[in-house]
Design a binder for this molecule. Sequence first.
Ligand code: KG4
Ligand code: ZN
Length: 354
Amino acid sequence: MAKTLQVLGIESSCDETGVALVALHGDDLPVLLAHALYSQIEMHQAYGGVVPELASRDHIRRVLPLTQQVLLDSGCTLAEVDVVAFTRGPGLAGALLVGAGVACALAAALKKPVLGVHHLEGHLLSPFLSADPPQFPFVALLVSGGHTQLMQVNGVGRYILLGETIDDAAGEAFDKSAKLLGLGYPGGPALAVLAEQGRAAAYALPRPLLKSGNLDFSFAGLKTAVMVQARKLALAQGCLVEDLPAAVLADLAASTQAAIVEVLVKKSLAALAQTGMKRLVVAGGVGANRRLREQLNAECARRQVRVHYPELHLCTDNGAMIAMAAAMRLQSGQQTASAVYAFDVKPRWPLDLL
Ligand code: KG4
Ligand code: ZN
């Protein structure tokens, strides 16, 4: 009978420290035993964005207490950890080094193997932690703060890039538009909340590359269009953009969200049509967006396509997805080098080159 392996996962690529423990038994889908997360958002808010050096220092403060909490919650001891996984990239170099360093130190002390995981692969496989896990193959829409990609996923580690953003990511479009509407950082969720009170058709904003004939995205121009529209309205009212009436800001937010969501939905449908696949997985922080989920659900239902999402709390960065990706890699035959604790990180690391 197969032995159960306990995989500890550490995520520290940006502004969230995440730790999780996953149990892997034979060919069964790995099971999440416990996970703990600390978000640095409050600390970075004062600066209007992530300050890399502060992020690294805070990961150092949080990672071991979070590990202790995960062990406590799961009822496991450190000695029972069989593999230590960490986010190797992409992300902020200093922040990644903290997770990599701690993971390798723990593994060396335990004399257990380490496994460096691709952050986007973590997002991509995070729906396997949900109550309704997908099956391979599927089309994946990866929409985070730093990446917007459509991938054909044939299995663990078998990824074909179908299209990606040529400039800003979808999350960046949310965040930058939110910032110029005075919604602070990270603005995506705040813009989505405000958009609920606005009219999506209030302002005609561009749908970049919608008719490009390929599966690439471009969101940098949209942010500029939002800025031009907002400044025009502010000029007419003789006020600053952030002092525009609440109803106008809500209309701007709703129109911005509608433009981003429409492009993401139509390109996802085009990817499904191109590949002939009947399954879509949506992953990454923007996958938490309610409008995106509603529209994808409606359009996919019409085409008999199943859509899978991670649990809402696992859409944004977390340790569970890193432990899960490591466990699924081990399951698919990935070898770990034991007693090799020299590590590197890959701040830039294309997923399709895995
Ligand atoms: O995947 P993630 O946590 O981090 C990266 O790997 O980048 O994604 C964070 C991004 C941010 O841009 C954030 O504004 C966006 O996801 N986001 C949302 C929502 N929740 C998070 N964007 C739109 N609507 C949301 N509800
Ligand atoms: Zn992420």
